[in-house]
Ligand binder design. Structure first.
Ligand code: GDP
Length: 448
């Protein structure tokens, strides 16, 4: 058990119906008694409390108190919770009172969750799932984070690690014992199993980054010649004036982004500088960025001026691919019966006929993008890896397994299995993670 007792406001700061203070550590019981001037209530049972300043005896607020004796608490330590009225002055007064108690200090960001992890309450990927849940902005992100928090991802990695450790044990037996004592084909069997495992991990890695995309947002770039209505489209999508719409060509010189919730998926739409031969240096830089952004985007919206039909901008046309929605904009400028039909294709892709000005075609465009996004991020399947940290470790594990398969000496092969297991252990926090803990828990806010 550690010496230090930590406390923090666990709910968001400011005016609110309720504010929750959490105290964790050996001094939690003392803090509860000193502040409420009553005995500890039965475990995990809410009681009415009056909070008094230990220094002056003045009543600070009243509310509910809960007592979670170790180890059945969030952190695994003794935890006291005080549910009070939310408000800056109450928070300040209670914070002062808690700070005044001996052995108590304000928690650092993520410190409660870190203690929970260190006390074996959950593995590392689950802790990361909790951080993602707190940060989730859309429904699909919430679902992914919940699965991770519930340990689905961790269970997969732990399962793989258990298989590696079993294989290692068998393999070491091959090294240590004579042939008569072991099944004849043991070493072959281990090799065969590890080949299967390598394949499984590789498949998990080869997931088109769907988990990371969902966590970070799906990138969509709007591309097209100057003045086709890229900024106007972004505004129509965002329903607010995010980008500057201007009559003169080449005004969007940098990349403007709008974050959208599209059918539960987080989407980042970027308006890019018009694709044309640039007049000046600043604009040329804008175009370079536009092209880079378009290249790394998950989905491209290729915008064309419908009034020029069928003479479409060649530069934009050259960028239309499987992940592109061609849009013929400014449909409001056409007379009845003019222009292309709705079944038209551009670059082999079905077009959306739209007007950023009137909003016509926006619903169809959003539906089209939403189906492309949900196709890329299939939530139904097995849980996806969500962080570069996991990807790195899994890649190391696969590398070690590849070396294992080709190793000429048994002792070296065993070492490769050990390295593969260690790489997986780092993901769930089973081995040597001290150095990465600071980085991971820094992402949390105070009180979590
Ligand atoms: P960008 O250079 O591609 O970003 O184009 P802008 O969004 O700045 O638009 C260029 C001009 O076209 C502006 O005057 C817009 O008002 C106009 N515009 C954009 N979309 C439409 C549309 O759907 N219909 C009409 N009539 N004008 C549009």
């Amino acid at each position: 058990m550690r010496e230090e007792t930590i406390f923090a406001l666990a709910s968001a700061a400011g005016r609110a119906g309720v504010a929750v203070f959490r105290v964790s550590g050996p001094g939690a019981a003392r803090a509860f008694v000193d502040l409420t001037r009553r005995a500890l209530p039965p475990a995990r049972r809410a009681v009415r409390v009056r909070l008094c300043s230990p220094a002056t005896g003045e009543v600070l607020d009243d509310g509910l108190g809960l007592w979670f004796p170790a180890p059945k608490s969030f952190t695994g330590e003794d935890v006291a919770e005080l549910h009070l009225h939310g408000g800056r002055a109450v928070e300040a007064a209670v914070t002062d009172a808690l700070r005044g108690l001996e052995g108590l200090r304000l928690a650092e960001p993520g410190e409660f969750t870190r203690r929970a992890f260190e006390n074996g309450k959950f593995e590392l990927t689950a802790a990361e799932g909790l951080a993602d849940l707190v940060n989730a902005e859309t429904e699909a992100q919430r679902r992914q984070a919940r699965r991770q928090l519930e340990g689905e991802l961790g269970a997969i990695y732990e399962g793989w690690r258990a298989r590696l450790i079993e294989a290692l044990a068998h393999y070491e037996a091959v090294i240590d014992f004579t042939d008569e004592e072991l099944p004849a084909d043991l070493s072959q069997r281990v090799k065969h199993k590890m080949l299967g495992l390598e394949e499984e991990i590789s498949q998990h890695l080869d997931d088109n980054r769907r988990g990371e995309r969902l966590r970070d947002g799906i990138y969509i770039a709007i591309i097209g010649a100057p003045n086709v209505g890229k900024s106007s489209l972004l505004n129509a999508l965002a329903r607010r004036d995010a980008a500057i719409v201007a009559e003169t060509a080449g005004t969007t010189r940098d990349v403007v982004e709008v974050h959208l919730d599209l059918g539960g998926f987080p989407v980042i739409v970027a308006d890019t500088a018009g694709l044309r031969e640039a007049a000046d240096g600043v604009e040329r830089e804008g175009i370079r960025r536009a092209e880079a952004r378009a290249a790394e985007a998950d989905i491209r919206l290729a915008l064309f001026d419908i009034t020029l039909w069928p003479e479409l901008d060649a530069k934009t046309l050259g960028l239309v691919g499987d992940d592109t929605v061609p849009i013929l904009n400014k449909a409001d400028l056409l007379g009845p019966g003019q222009g292309p039909g709705a079944k038209e294709r551009v670059g082999g892709r079905p077009v959306v006929i739209a007007s950023a000005k009137t909003g016509a075609g926006m619903a169809e465009l959003l539906k089209c993008v939403e189906s492309m996004v949900s196709h890329r991020i299939d939530l139904a399947g097995s849980p996806a890896l969500t962080r570069a940290r996991h990807r790195d470790a899994l890649e190391q594990s696969v590398d070690a397994l590849t070396r294992f398969a080709g190793a000429s000496e048994e002792a070296l092969a065993a070492e490769d299995l050990r390295l593969a297991a260690r790489a997986l252990g780092r993901i769930t926090g089973r081995v040597e993670v001290d150095d990465i803990l600071d980085v991971i828990f820094r992402d949390f806010c105070i009180g979590k």
